[in-house]
Ligand binder design. Structure first.
Ligand code: GLY
Length: 390
């Protein structure tokens, strides 16, 4: 970042793209910032995550001096990232009377941003949204790239499973405002969860990763990052967002096929992670208690399993897998599950993941130069990968 102003990362897309502004103290002046970037509207509806301090939410709403502002509050988790919540948001937008030229503000974590983005994409066949991520995970991943969605519950082989992001659409934001000061009030567990996506970006960068996108630099910086060093966190968000913007620009709608990963690179570790999140019996030890894993915790475990899979398949080295494991541990994320269903169930849920087509899994695996795609590696290799985290 230069000077006191926010750093700007451009996401260059076919329709022109949009900016991600990264800085400190941006949210309190959001209305002015939105106006100065030309994303103005007569009416604004703010979807607020009640995890964000009330004073900051009030400041955001108050900053839209020239617009008529309505607001509604949500506290969401993976089970309420649902069609029912989407319907509530759509009713809010209809009752607020937002026209096609009006604006939605998504102020909160990744789950709120995903559902609010979907509601904006559906209201009157699509209105603009400004994503204002307040968690690290949302800043470096969920808010950038236009993926929106909700989960579905379904029975797979007789067991209830949460199918992650089974319903959604691409709806790119008009602007993303990442204010790292919002991270000061974030639950430390959530901050650690966001680190999993940063580790993923460092792995995708491969051996040539610079700055905080090199695994060894990230490990060194981790104590200061977890301690809330705002300058370092802003650099991490900027560098991570830059990596993601480049990947998204190269394959906006994840249409790459064959051996070219394209945007699928960003799914590194996620097919394992979605199985971990989807099975009710999975547990991790966090802060001396047993919990069902949060998304970032599942991604950390998924990255380790993907590293092990690459090693088993002979495309990634043991030292790369160890580097991933060390980063996950440096971020104080769980490196193993404390309880899980049997391997066959985990693999069955993995095969239900939306990235499996025609029953065949295609997985992203890490290599020294970044990532590559692998066709269904078979149950034996998958079992060996899973054994690394269970
Ligand atoms: N979170 C993965 C992607 O945006 O493609």
């Amino acid at each position: 970042m230069t000077g006191q102003g926010p750093a700007t990362v451009r996401v260059p897309l076919s329709d022109g793209g949009y900016d991600v502004l990264v800085g400190r103290g941006l949210l309190a002046g959001l209305g002015g910032l939105v106006r100065s970037t030309g994303v103005d509207a007569e009416r604004v509806h703010v979807f607020e995550d009640t995890g964000v301090p009330q004073a900051l939410r009030d400041a955001v709403v108050g900053s839209f001096e020239m617009a008529r502002v309505t607001r509604s509050e949500f506290r969401l988790d993976e089970t309420t990232k649902s069609i029912a919540t989407l319907e509530r948001m759509l009713v809010d937008l209809a009752e607020a009377g937002l026209a096609r030229s009006d604006l939605v503000i998504a102020l909160g974590g990744g789950i709120l941003g995903d559902v609010a983005g979907l509601a904006a994409g559906l209201h009157r066949r699509g209105i603009r949204v400004v994503q204002c991520p307040t968690s690290l995970l949302a800043m470096v991943d969920a808010s950038v790239g236009g993926k929106t969605g909700v989960n579905l519950r379904a029975g797979i082989d007789g067991s209830p499973v949460l199918l992650k992001n089974a319903v959604g659409m691409f709806h790119q934001p008009s602007l993303v405002v990442a204010d790292v000061e919002a991270l000061a009030s974030l639950d430390p567990r959530e901050l650690r969860c966001g680190m999993a996506e940063c580790i993923k970006h460092a792995v995708i960068s491969g051996e040539t990763g610079q700055g905080l996108l090199s695994l060894s630099n990230l490990i060194d910086a981790m104590p200061r990052l977890l301690n809330g060093d705002a300058t370092l966190l802003a650099s991490l968000v900027e560098q991570s967002t830059c990596l993601k913007a480049g990947v998204v620009a190269g394959d906006e709608r994840e249409t790459a096929t064959g051996s070219t990963p394209g945007r699928r690179a960003l799914n590194l570790g996620h097919t394992f992670a979605h199985a971990i999140e989807g099975c009710e019996g999975t547990r991790v030890e966090v802060d001396d208690a047993s919990h069902h894993p949060k998304h970032g915790e599942a991604v950390g475990l998924g990255l380790i399993a993907a590293g092990r899979l690459a090693e088993v398949l002979g495309v990634g080295s043991a030292s790369l897998r160890e580097g991933i494991e060390n980063s996950v541990q440096a971020a104080r994320l769980p490196a193993t599950l404390s309880a899980s269903p049997d391997l066959a169930s985990l693999i069955a849920v993995m095969r239900q993941d939306k990235k499996a087509s025609g029953g065949r899994l295609r997985l992203v695996v890490p290599t020294s130069s970044g990532v590559e795609m692998t066709d269904d590696p078979g149950d034996e290799a998958l079992s060996r990968a899973w054994q690394c985290v269970i």
